[in-house]
Design a protein around this ligand. Structure first.
Ligand code: NAD
Length: 483
């Protein structure tokens, strides 16, 4: 099958924080890959902006080295790389002062799509947004991209939204949650809404429960100081896990367009039940003989911040009444695995006697480390010997059938940046969604803070604290294996 890549229009993309970690690891290698896929025209321009003094040549070297370092398994085509680098320009601009803005204004072309990626600390979002307007650089057509964290609670999120909306309208603001850019997340929507088969089963009558897991093997890395003020609830649950929950639980939108999809997601967040304190487990990783503890990693011997959280919640609406949604995420766990599992109910009656009858159908959507989708079904074990049942995963990614298409899959950042250029906000969070997510999360965090809640310890390399196992075991269910 021949892959179809639709080129985007010429654009000027200004990356504030163009020398930073995110730009070097994700944004620039992603843009290069889309260029290699012939999606970016050579007339496009990428303008790196930061406060470091660099000339164009030095910036191109920095970007070349970053692309080589962070391209992972993708082979870097040196010829393409040289021509890609010609699209790059660099400007030293002080986000908090007047230096560089006049030159930036002269650089940005007004007759092509222009987008401003604020890959800087959230404290600079407001200043950059206001200077882009003050210097008459951004227009009503421009797009501005921001990265999480979108605030650290409801009140700061409201302030951030208010600052941004002073200068840009909501249809110009792209809040990135890279989980939404993953191929399988979109495939989840295709499977749900592109087939008759699943939708009739997608409710409390047929679904027993849903599990969403985002397990990491890494710790806090160089982000210790930031993470210790944030914790897993703010860093992962409020955004990534809630967005995944919304996509699974939302009603079919009337059309696949940004506001129809986001309206439905918003309704899910607003229908989320408050979480009872015995339905939530906070954890913090503890040292082993060879590994440091969380407290050692963040250099805070008295830290009560959670590096793990498991939650049982429900959605108060007709479709999902009584169906538990179990969410868990943590650092320094046994394996790196992000997965959504829709576990269907047991058969009402079985005509067979073997073990297979007890198994439930499970639709599992894997996001990390590999993307894929499987449906566990019961079949007859082939061959003679009577009716022996086996439970097997049916591969729903159809990699073989799709051939080239799968090879060309852009990663989440690539896809989302191209959506910004195309002006498609479907996979970006709207301001009211972010605020609704904080409205649900805030009381949970406030209760912990007021009670000085002490997280349960779990060993580095384990599956999480024992209390989290008990949380689901009490309901006669088990967490899916962290493979
Ligand atoms: P970083 O510290 O590595 O880079 C910051 C960049 O901002 C640098 O290029 C720096 O020169 C520039 N900068 C700082 N102050 C400036 C000023 N006054 N004027 C102009 N430029 C200035 O940060 P990062 O890790 O790249 O993160 C960028 C943003 O993305 C943050 O909001 C972060 O929370 C978010 N984020 C990062 C990651 C990641 O993997 N790194 C993941 C998710 C979200």
């Amino acid at each position: 099958m021949v892959s179809r890549v639709i080129p985007v229009d010429p654009f000027d993309l200004v990356i504030f924080g163009g020398t930073g970690d995110l730009a070097r690891r994700k944004i620039l290698p992603g843009l290069f890959r889309r260029y290699c896929a012939n999606q970016i025209p050579t007339s496009a321009r990428i303008i790196g902006v930061a406060r470091t003094q660099l000339d164009k040549k030095a910036y191109r070297i920095l970007v070349r080295d970053s692309i080589i370092e962070f391209s992972g398994n993708h082979k870097v085509n040196k010829k393409y790389l040289e021509t890609f680098l010609l699209m790059l320009v660099y400007k030293k601009v002080d986000a908090q002062g007047e230096e560089g803005w006049a030159e930036l204004k002269d650089l940005v072309r007004k007759d092509v799509v222009n987008a401003y990626y604020l890959s800087v600390g959230p404290g600079l979002f407001g200043e950059i947004a206001s200077r882009l307007k003050q210097w008459d650089i951004a227009t009503v057509e421009s797009r501005v991209v921001i990265e999480k964290p979108f605030g650290r609670d409801l009140s700061s999120a409201k302030k951030l939204n208010a600052v941004l909306s002073t200068h840009f309208s909501e249809n110009q603001i792209y809040r990135i949650d890279h989980y939404l850019g993953k191929e399988t997340v979109q495939n989840l929507m295709a499977v749900r809404f592109g087939n008759l088969l699943f939708e009739p089963l997608w409710n409390s009558q047929y679904v027993d429960h849903i599990q969403i897991t985002v397990a990491e093997t890494v710790g806090v890395g160089g982000r210790g100081a930031y993470y210790d003020k944030s914790g897993a609830m703010r860093d992962m649950v409020q955004n990534h896990l809630m967005q995944l929950l919304c996509l699974i639980a939302m009603e079919p939108p009337s059309q696949f367009n940004p506001d129809s999809v986001r309206d439905e997601k918003l309704k899910v967040i607003r229908a989320l039940a408050g979480v009872k304190s015995h339905h939530i487990v906070r954890g913090q990783y503890d040292s082993t003989k060879t590994e440091q503890s969380y407290r050692q990693d963040v250099e805070n011997p008295r830290s009560f911040t959670e590096s793990y959280v498991a939650i049982k919640t429900e959605i108060n609406n007709w479709r999902w009444a009584g169906v538990p949604f179990y969410l868990r995420t943590g650092k320094k766990l046994k394996t790196r695995s992000s997965e959504i599992a829709i576990v269907f109910k047991k058969l009402p009656h079985s005509i067979f006697e073997q073990d297979g009858e007890k198994k439930q159908n499970i639709l599992a959507i894997q996001l990390q480390p590999n993307e894929g989708m499987t449906l566990d079904v019961t079949i007859k074990e082939p061959g003679p010997g009577g009716m022996r049942l086996i439970h097997v995963p049916l591969d729903m990614t159809f990699a073989e059938a799709l051939g080239d298409h799968v090879e060309d899959n852009p990663d989440a950042y690539e896809r989302l940046i191209m959506d910004v250029i195309r002006g498609n906000q479907t996979l970006f969070m709207r301001g009211d969604e972010v605020e609704a997510a904080w409205t649900w999360t805030d009381p949970i965090i406030k209760t912990w803070e007021s009670r000085h809640d002490v997280p349960k310890l779990y060993e580095v390399g384990s599956v999480g604290p024992e209390d989290a196992m008990a949380l689901i075991r009490r309901d006669d269910r088990v967490w899916r294996d962290l493979k």
